[in-house]
Ligand binder design. Structure first.
Ligand code: SAM
Length: 308
């Protein structure tokens, strides 16, 4: 089984001890805020504002987790463009994360509308049907409070070829084993003209600051994990997964290799995906100049690609 979010499989014992899935998911949200001092919200706001979803498009938010990106996409379309046609499918491999997302989105106006769907699925194969989580014991009905919304069963959607206008993946691709497969699937499901957009931890490439960031991640993050989530090992692993992830130019090349046109390439520019002129590649490969956008000195980075 792949548990994704925490990067390392939770042992079944930990699962049992924690019992209620929602408490796990809510500690993630708390941890996100604590680790980034809330800045992850600004990164996500910026990511979505720049994508500017509108015009009744079909969005697929892969590794959507508790819905941070999906909700922002729908809110942006509605608030900035009075668009109530744009649709979001929130896809995640982890049923408990998806459940937490459902519980959260059940409180919004998008609940029970065509605008919102949830799907269990694997970013590496968006046609795959995963095993459903076991049904809850009938006794758990007694624990459910009457004002809790009834959640629909988690669906398995086969995401079809060329069916998506906007593919987003935020802080999710790092957890996947085969990044090339994820990119290939993104390319398959996007319509021509569709955009792939990835928000992920990057590398800080500012002299002096990189060392400071390294020290912070190694000294502070695992301890925060220990104190706030009673889980030092997972947060230790998080730091390692961030360091293992490709550099900005390396990942940009992977996006291009999957068949996408990078921001700044003549074709992408022509169809509305301009370069980020301030970003020069530091490894001398000019073909990826302007292909990504660093946020907070590269602690997070946005990469995009267009399928044409
Ligand atoms: N996108 C959300 C956000 O930005 O808040 C959630 C990010 S969370 C750090 C990573 C998510 O990736 C988890 O919900 C995890 O279950 C999911 N995930 C990990 N591997 C996956 C895979 N192969 N396919 C789909 N989702 C995956």
């Amino acid at each position: 089984t792949h548990f994704g979010y925490q990067d390392v499989p939770l042992s079944s014992k930990v699962d049992l001890v924690r019992g209620v899935f929602s408490s796990v998911a809510s500690s993630y949200d708390v941890m996100n805020d604590a680790m980034s001092v809330g800045v992850h919200r600004l990164w996500k706001d910026h990511f979505v504002a720049e994508l500017n979803p509108r015009g009744g498009i079909k969005c697929l938010d892969v590794a959507g987790g508790t819905g941070d990106i999906g909700l922002r996409l729908l809110d942006h379309a509605r608030e900035k463009h009075s668009d109530r046609q744009t649709q979001v499918t929130l896809l995640d491999i982890n049923p408990s994360m998806l459940r937490a997302g459902q519980r959260r989105l059940a409180k919004t106006m998008y609940w029970n509308t065509d605008q919102l769907r949830f799907a269990l699925g694997n970013a590496e194969d968006l046609r795959l049907h995963l095993d459903s989580p076991p049904p809850k014991s009938p006794l758990s009905a007694f624990a459910a409070s009457p004002n809790k919304p009834k959640l629909p069963p988690l669906e398995h959607l086969e995401i079809e070829d060329e069916s998506v206008d906007l593919y987003t993946i935020a802080f999710g691709i790092r957890n996947c084993t085969h990044i090339d497969k994820v990119l290939k699937e993104a390319h398959r499901v996007l319509k021509p003209g569709g955009v792939f957009a990835c928000l992920e931890f990057g590398k800080v490439n500012v002299p002096g600051l990189s060392d400071l960031y390294r020290a912070y991640s190694h000294a502070v993050l695992p301890s925060l994990g220990a104190v706030l989530a009673s889980d030092r090992a997972s947060y230790q692993y998080l730091v390692e997964s961030i360091e293992r992830f490709p550099t900005q130019p390396d990942f940009a090349r992977m996006v291009a290799q999957a068949g996408f046109h990078l921001p700044g390439s003549p074709q992408a520019e022509r169809w509305g995906l301009p370069a980020y002129p301030e970003q020069r590649s530091w490894d001398g490969d000019e073909s990826v100049n302007g292909a990504w956008e660093d946020l907070s000195f590269g602690i997070a980075t946005i990469w995009k690609g267009m399928k044409l």
